[in-house]
Write a protein that binds this ligand. Structure first.
Ligand code: NAD
Length: 498
């Protein structure tokens, strides 16, 4: 059994942990590992290690930080298959999808390789006679990341490359469901030349999270996970005086207009609805059709569902793997039961789906509901499984209103061939990331990622330029070097041009 331990001060923490949690291989349903669960003392050790490393790391040369990021980039790029395999085994997503995840994380590392440029301040000469003003951005200190199970490599990489490159030190608390990728990252960062203590990993659950939230030496917290926990992290973290960005859950709608390319829309709905078994915060979970679009779209979606290959994550040809745990599978199944009870039409039912030879795996087949309405729990709640709901509307305005009334606002998409209609959508929709004939509008690393409404708490989106702002505080300097003219004491506020 794989023993997964914390990584503090540049080495694994040895000794028997007080508490452990099970890690599963979702394709077989068997336990593959045991992860140590941090106590408040473990968190304190990690924070102290990060605090002590900050003393020197904050003053390290920008070029050195860049070189370390370049070296880390090379290591991850060369070993991406190793990282993808580890995460695929613990999460259950297919190997190809895992490779894509590593790639998207790597792009943030590449962005951080450019940190010298990104940290440039502004300079104004002669704001007053012989007086110059300039701004600099300084690191915050020890910052923490708390991350979800669904992107165990990428979401931490949304955070630590930028935080570290900005001169902070980092404590990561990854999901306890698939923790191994984070330890791998810690080893590779060390190999890239990162000084010990700059990046630490503590594994665990609420006990570890609460210790981070209450630790006086943690300056800022980046969180990605479900909405109730995001709200909790934001409230408790900010009430303890920390800077917090907390990204939450989602219910992403894809609007299909009657003039859309129905084959493109069907391909997109199936890819974005069932990719990674629906366990993506940007997954499409609601297809909102306008007019007669549903009658033409649904047969095409069903045709594609019939051809999907659901199988073990590492098996050649698998397009969709299992769900992450048995509990999660039971939860998703419960929603399908509820959808039937509440009167939606179950068109494809994945509840009894099994893979031969892997009967204990946490597989769930692609599921499709038609005639879903906004009062139903399958519409209201984030199911986070391969369950797609079609809601039929008569007019385009009804679809826009439905999305704007929804409490989540992570991603959305419109499928149409009419430019004016698409433009109206991008202008009126109350959602942070919008796709036009693109189902999953995840920005590349040189933009920032963030939803609206209950999909984010805090003012900063994550990675990209917003990441640099989140992990630094601005300082403005006004300087005058001695000159022959001494003006003497003047208690008045300086006046224009003086
Ligand atoms: P989760 O909220 O259950 O867990 C996220 C993190 O919080 C984990 O590290 C977990 O250990 C910790 N945690 C869980 N319960 C806690 C509690 N009671 N107190 C303190 N900490 C707690 O989320 P998950 O199931 O791991 O991930 C799926 C969720 O994440 C979905 O809702 C998905 O939409 C969301 N997500 C959002 C984004 C985004 O960018 N907005 C990206 C990925 C995932």
């Amino acid at each position: 059994m794989n023993q997964i331990t914390h990584w503090i001060g540049g080495e694994p923490v040895t000794g028997k942990p007080e508490r452990t949690g099970p890690v599963f291989n979702p394709s077989t349903g068997e336990q593959s590992g045991e992860v140590a669960m941090a106590t408040p003392d473990t968190v304190d050790l990690a924070v102290r290690s990060a605090k002590s490393a900050f003393e020197t790391w904050r003053d390290s040369a920008l070029t050195r930080r860049q070189n370390i990021m370049f070296a880390f980039r090379e290591i991850v790029a060369a070993r991406r298959e190793e990282m993808a395999r580890v995460l695929s085994e613990e999460h259950g997503k297919t190997f190809d999808d895992a490779l894509g995840e590593v790639q998207r994380g790597l792009e943030v590392v590449e962005f951080a390789c450019n940190i010298a440029h990104l940290l440039k301040g502004e300079y104004s000469e002669q704001v007053s006679t012989n007086v110059d003003t300039y701004t600099i951005r300084q690191p915050l200190g020890v910052v923490a990341g708390i991350t979800p199970f669904n992107f165990p490599a990428m979401v931490p990489m949304w955070m630590y490359p930028i935080a570290i490159a900005c001169g902070n030190t980092f404590v990561l608390k990854p999901s306890e469901k698939d923790p191994s990728t984070s330890t791998l990252a810690a080893k590779w960062l060390q190999e890239a030349g990162l000084p010990d203590g700059v990046f630490n990993v503590v594994h665990g659950d609420k006990v570890a999270v609460d210790s981070i939230l209450d630790h006086p030496d943690v300056a800022a917290i980046s969180f990605v996970g479900s909405t109730p926990i995001a709200r909790y992290i934001y409230e408790r973290g900010t009430s303890n005086g920390k800077r917090v960005q907390a990204l939450g859950g989602a219910k992403n709608h894809m609007v299909v207009l009657p003039d859309a390319d129905m084959d493109l829309a069907a391909d997109s709905a199936v890819s974005a609805g069932y990719g990674s078994a629906g366990e993506r915060c940007m997954a499409i979970s609601v297809v909102t059709t306008v007019g007669d679009a549903a009658d033409r779209l649904i047969p095409k979606i069903r045709e594609r569902i019939g051809q999907l290959k659901v199988g073990p994550s590492l098996e050649e040809g698998s397009e969709m793997g299992p769900l992450v745990t048995a509990d999660h599978k039971a939860r998703v199944s419960g929603y399908v039961d509820a959808g039937e009870r509440e009167g939606a039409s179950l068109v494809e039912d994945g509840r009894d789906f099994a893979v031969e030879g892997h009967e204990k795996g946490f597989f769930f087949g692609p599921t499709l509901f038609d005639n879903v309405s906004p009062e139903m729990s399958i519409y209201k709640d984030e199911i986070f499984g391969p369950v797609l709901s079609v809601v039929r509307t008569e007019h385009y305005e009804d679809a826009i209103k439905m999305i704007n009334d929804n409490p989540y606002g992570n991603g959305t998409a419109v499928f149409t061939n009419d430019g004016g209609t698409a433009r109206k959508f991008q202008n009126e929709i109350q959602v942070g990331m919008v796709g036009i004939n693109v189902p999953i509008p995840v920005p590349l690393a040189f933009y920032s990622f963030g939803g609206w409404k209950n999909s984010i708490f805090g003012t900063h989106a994550i990675y990209g330029p917003e990441g640099v702002h989140f992990y630094t505080k601005p300082k403005v300097v006004i300087s005058r070097w001695p000159d022959p003219i001494h003006r003497g004491v003047d208690l008045g506020f300086p006046q224009h041009g003086s």
